[in-house]
Unconditional design. Structure first.
Ligand code: IPE
Ligand code: IPE
Ligand code: MG
Length: 226
């Protein structure tokens, strides 16, 4: 099946910095720049959709200084990132409980979604204050408000944050952890999973190619038989 959507769990920024005797936030800075490179590689390879897990609903457990730095990066870096990505035809979208991340974050996200809405080379979905369980609960609450008494899967998916983005074909997690950590729980039902020991700031085009090669060798059956 053609690889249309790759989702990335960008993990290992803190360990990457620690290995270099730098503060954790230095890893987040390097990690933020990495997104831009990965988007470019994916666009060149003809991938139509990418999702990047930037901040989870559980990451609020971290020290306030680290949280502020991550959101600061997102709100400042985006404007720098925007000009270059816009030229490359990137449509930027954001998924998560954005309002709960603060008015500033919310307005920046909406501004860039609006600015890039007509680009169509590649979709870059940034999962921000995102939790798979929160997304399901948010969908259920919208469904209740609309007055449904029962629904089917097709209707349910229309209430997810980005209903028009197809499920990820491939989910790549860096840093050696082998779990989803509350990422795309509904959408990952039949995703292929790829884990690499490489820490996110070190993620390279060779690593991406390895993951894609691995994906291409797999047989996706979706419960059927070949
Ligand atoms: C991933 O890197 C980025 C976020 C979760 C925001 P980490 O910050 O989790 O890095 P490690 O796992 O501590 O090395
Ligand atoms: C997952 O990484 C979240 C993001 C990459 C944003 P974590 O580092 O938060 O995950 P756990 O705590 O190791 O499961
Ligand atoms: Mg981590």
């Amino acid at each position: 099946m053609k690889l249309q959507h790759i989702a990335f769990i960008m993990d290992g920024n803190g360990r990457w910095a620690k290995k270099r005797n730098k503060p954790r936030v230095y890893g987040h800075l390097k990690g933020a720049y990495k997104i831009e490179e990965v988007v470019r590689w994916c666009a060149q390879k003809g991938i139509k959709y990418t999702t990047f897990y930037a901040f989870s609903t559980e990451n609020w457990k971290r020290p306030k200084s680290e949280i502020d730095y991550i959101f600061g990066l997102l709100t400042n870096k985006i404007s720098e990132f925007y000009g270059r990505m816009d030229k490359e035809g990137v449509k930027l979208v954001f998924s998560g409980r954005l309002r709960e991340a603060g008015e500033k974050v919310y307005s920046v996200c909406k501004e860039y979604e609006e600015k890039t809405k007509n680009n169509d080379r590649i979709v870059v979905n940034i999962a921000l204050n995102y939790g798979g369980r929160a997304e399901i609960i948010d969908a259920i609450n919208k469904i209740i408000k609309e007055g449904y008494s029962s629904i089917d899967e097709g209707t349910f998916r229309k209430y997810l944050y980005k209903a028009d983005i197809p499920d990820p074909d491939l989910i790549i997690r860096t840093s050696g952890e082998k779990r989803l950590s509350n990422f795309l729980l509904w959408q990952s039902a039949y995703s292929e999973l790829y884990f690499t020991e490489v820490l996110w700031p070190d993620f390279s085009e060779e690593e991406l190619d390895k993951a894609i090669e691995d994906y291409n060798k797999r047989q996706r059956r979706f419960g059927g038989i070949k």
